[in-house]
Design a protein around this ligand. Structure first.
Ligand SMILES: Cc1ncc(COP(=O)(O)O)c(C=O)c1O
Length: 437
């Protein structure tokens, strides 16, 4: 029988051997200009062909690809370190618990949160938002209260609020958009009132790319004593986040959108808010003591983590955070900004192509329509050339409706995309247009 070797064995240093130390991870960490080619070498899947062509992965808004460090960390966990956590007085339970909690600490550091106790592991952004809606919302929303939600939000940041609002007699109030896809901040300021209990807003839009003036909007909400939940699903892979600087009350993200596995994500909450919140799911791990007379609950964050969590996912998330934070993040943001400008200029040369949304502060999300072709046909055509884009409503129907659309194609870029890949997209779209005659 062969035993997988995680490199160094477990025991003291188990965590380090599961999750390779940052300096070993990427040749692009040396502090020079960001080098996407060096980063690409870390992603095995980017080197596979699709339909006989080199894969061009432009569906990063849906999910990002995984570097080999993350893939290896998952294999190492299951190969030599698999155990449940927070229970069992044996070595492997202690090792698994250590790496799980190290991941929590890494998430706290990544978000600029003062303490790991302010980080709750969830399945992702959707579950994090539902947690706040079902726990905080149930105790803090009542008849006549309002939740302000910009019209560009993902359905994950609309529907959970509609569910709890209906239950509590509160109202979800859309914040309108300007013609270019920015949030109308003046209208937002006018909508804020003593009735506003919560503002739920994304740090970057998955369909328009818009990055709102969040600090200003949070400060405005706080002047009305409203809380602010930030949906960071599309932000975290693109630029550094600091929840303290933002003064966000809650911040949610999904691991799979920042190079980590699916099924793991996190919620940051201000400690005084989390401490006052009731559990939203019951089960193992979240209790202090159970009795048919009275059950008491574990302190935060464990109070919100009923049942066995995605332990391997947390290991993968730790590895992804180590990988990402070893890069010069400002250089990454600058590179993505330059790639976005390049893509905007290049796409403008395709006859009949119209970009949806033109907010100046934005991430590299390019949603578009192509005259004469429905978005599904466009995506299908590109797929034949090995180019993966998304077509449909992107779980943001109100945002598309603002532009009179019910469907569009979307190319969403990440740090490993290149100008050559943008050229491939443009060339494939141009040849599709030529088919139309
Ligand atoms: C802005 C935004 N919020 C929330 C989500 C939901 O994320 P998840 O499905 O990982 O929970 C997404 C996913 O695309 C998103 O783009």
């Amino acid at each position: 029988m062969t035993t997988p070797d995680p490199g160094g064995g477990l025991g003291p240093g188990a965590v380090e051997s599961l999750v390779a130390a940052p300096p070993a991870m990427s040749p692009s960490t040396a502090g020079g200009p960001f080098d996407p080619e060096a980063v690409r070498r870390d992603f095995p899947v980017l080197h596979r062909p699709v339909n006989g062509r080199p894969l061009v992965w432009l569906d990063n808004g849906a999910t990002t690809q995984k570097p080999r460090q993350v893939i290896e960390a998952l294999g190492a966990f299951y190969g030599v370190a698999n155990s449940n956590i927070h229970r069992g007085a044996h070595t492997m339970a202690r090792e698994a618990t250590a790496v799980f909690e190290e991941s929590r600490a890494a998430v706290a550091a990544f978000l600029g949160a003062p303490s790991p106790a302010e980080i709750v592991f969830t399945r992702g952004t959707t579950e994090a938002i539902n947690l706040v809606a079902q726990s905080w919302g149930r105790d803090n929303l009542g008849p006549g209260d309002e939740i302000l939600v910009p019209a560009l939000e993902h359905h994950s940041n609309i529907v959970p609020w509609q569910l709890i609002a209906k239950e509590r007699g509160a109202r979800v109030v859309p914040v309108p958009l300007l013609a270019d896809g920015r949030i109308d901040v003046d209208a937002y300021a006018d909508l804020l009132s003593y009735r506003t209990q919560l503002v739920a807003i994304s740090h970057a839009s998955n369909v328009l790319g818009t990055v709102p003036p969040l600090r200003e909007m949070i400060a405005l909400a706080h002047r009305h004593a409203a809380r602010v939940l930030v949906d960071g699903a599309q932000a975290v892979a693109h630029f550094p986040v600091d929840v303290r600087e933002l003064d966000a009350d809650f911040y949610a993200f999904s691991g799979h959108k920042l190079f980590a596995p699916t099924g793991i994500g996190a919620l940051y909450g201000k400690p005084e808010l989390l401490a006052a919140m009731r559990p939203w799911q019951g089960g193992g791990n979240m209790i202090d003591s159970v009795d048919f007379g009275e059950t008491t609950y574990a302190p935060v964050p464990h109070r919100f983590e009923a049942g066995t969590g995605h332990i391997a996912g947390a290991v993968g998330l730790l590895s992804a955070l180590n990988w990402l934070t070893a890069l010069d993040r400002d250089a990454v943001t600058a590179y993505e900004g330059a790639l976005l400008s390049y893509a905007q200029r290049a796409l403008a040369t395709v006859p009949g192509l119209e970009l949806v949304g033109a907010a100046p502060d934005r991430i590299a999300v390019l949603t578009f329509t192509l005259a004469g072709f429905d978005p599904a046909t466009v995506a299908d055509w590109l797929d034949r050339d090995g180019i993966a884009v998304r077509a449909g409503h992107h779980c943001a129907q109100p945002a598309l409706r603002h532009f009179g659309l019910d469907s569009a194609a979307r190319a969403s870029l990440a740090l490993y995309n290149t100008p050559e890949e943008v050229d491939a997209l443009v060339s494939s779209l141009t040849s599709l247009r030529q088919q139309a005659g």
